[in-house]
Design a binder for this molecule. Structure first.
Ligand SMILES: *Cc1c(COP(=O)(O)O)cnc(C)c1O
Length: 393
């Protein structure tokens, strides 16, 4: 056996999948796994969705890449649709969530700069945040385990405790440019900012001339039962990063902004080679075709309720394993009493895939297309996994 040629950065499960069908992943050995991780909220429409396969293969036969030196009709179309469906007026396409956040951070700093405030570049973030793995986004996330050994932390990010708006207000100073948060924290343990906090953070930004940036890379694109999670609050940001679900498995990200917030992003100040290429745009548009269909998002909320009710029964039965259900829509967190890694492993023994998060939480991020029967099947597997870990079992 040759040595592993890959960076050792991932602790991978000993499973290799060969194909996927909807909510199912099939290993090279032919074992079927119920996918409740959804590629970490990426496979929003499951695996091999016929509409996405058709969109990608049709585009693949026509044109892959031209660069942003030329017009890309698919970009204009997806941009128009995102603008139409959101607070935003302008969109910049990227290949990943971290790049969407980089664009969001740069947009906020440039806004202050062109408005005569070059001194305003600092951004306030919240503990438990995750914004990506580039040098600026690990500084924004503020997690020591991701910063260690990578040299001086990129300057300009100040962090307060989760949902501590008093502390955020105190931190606002003459150099503050923006406040950045995930309306529902993903990696941090599926923690939702209360509506009242989002309202207050909007007020703070307006009062102090700051821009409000939402990171909806994980919670956006229908995950919570609205196209964007912040819609539940009625609060809109000035800038928003999305990725994951909008590509349904193809790498697509985007930074959305109001005309006012994007005022500094003029010709030549930012760029990307791959971002918004025709393949990515064909898939992004196809994802929106499905997610924006009449009744699709309402059905996500309905299914989420079914899922939560089933999970509540499992908690009643095994309170020594799971203590709380968190989250919104099909972005669910199981706060564990046992180590979350044990529950992820037991679920895998039941041939169900989940993903760990901070705060000893197991995340369930199934395809939004999961069926009622698959939800009942999932509950059965979660019950069996909890039973195997419980003293009551
Ligand atoms: C995954 C994630 C990112 C980073 O996205 P990448 O595509 O991995 O760069 C940023 N923010 C949130 C909230 C995420 O969940």
């Amino acid at each position: 056996m040759t040595t592993n040629p890959l960076y050792e950065t991932f602790a991978r499960a000993p499973l290799a999948f060969e194909r996927g069908e909807g909510t199912w992943l099939i290993t090279t050995e032919g074992d079927r796994y119920l996918d409740l991780a959804g590629g970490i909220a990426v496979n929003s429409l499951g695996h091999s969705h016929p509409h996405l396969v058709a969109a990608l293969t049709e585009q693949a036969g026509k044109l892959w890449h031209v660069s942003n030196l030329y017009q890309i009709p698919g970009q204009e179309r997806l941009g128009e649709r995102l603008v139409e469906a959101s607070f935003a007026d302008k969109v910049f396409f990227t290949n990943s969530g971290a790049e969407a956040l980089e664009c969001a951070i740069k947009t906020a700093r440039r806004y202050q700069y062109v408005n005569g405030h070059p001194e305003k570049f600092r951004i306030i973030t919240f503990e438990g945040a995750f914004h990506g793995r580039t040098l600026a986004t690990i500084a924004a996330g503020g997690q020591q385990k991701y910063l260690e050994g990578f040299g001086p932390k990129v300057e300009g990010f100040d962090q307060v405790a989760f949902d501590d708006l008093d502390a955020a207000e105190k931190l606002i100073g003459p150099e503050t440019a923006a406040i950045l948060l995930e309306p529902v924290q993903g990696e941090g343990g599926v923690r939702t900012f209360p509506v009242s906090s989002l309202k207050r953070v909007r007020e703070l930004c307006d009062k102090h001339g700051l821009l409000l940036i939402f990171d909806e890379v994980q919670c956006g694109i229908g995950r919570t039962g609205k196209l964007f999670a912040h819609e539940w609050s009625g609060v809109t940001p000035d800038i928003m990063a999305i990725a994951k679900g909008i590509g349904g498995g193809f790498p697509v990200g985007a930074c959305l902004a109001t005309d006012e917030a994007a005022v500094g992003m003029t010709a030549g100040v930012h760029g990307t080679t791959f971002g918004g290429n025709p393949l990515a745009m064909a898939v992004g548009n196809a994802v929106l075709d499905v997610v924006l269909e009449d009744g699709f998002l309402e059905d996500v909320s309905r299914k989420a309720l079914l899922f939560k009710q089933g999970l509540a029964a499992v908690i009643d039965e095994f309170p020594d394993v799971i203590e709380e259900i968190r989250g919104s829509g099909l972005m669910l967190g199981l706060k564990c009493k046992v180590p979350n890694t044990s529950l992820v492993q037991s679920l895998r023994d039941q041939k169900a895939l989940s993903v760990g998060a901070g705060d000893n939480v197991v995340r369930l991020l199934p395809p939004l297309t999961i069926t009622d029967d698959e939800i009942r099947d999932a509950i059965g597997r979660i019950r069996a996994a909890a039973k195997s870990l419980s003293n009551a079992g």
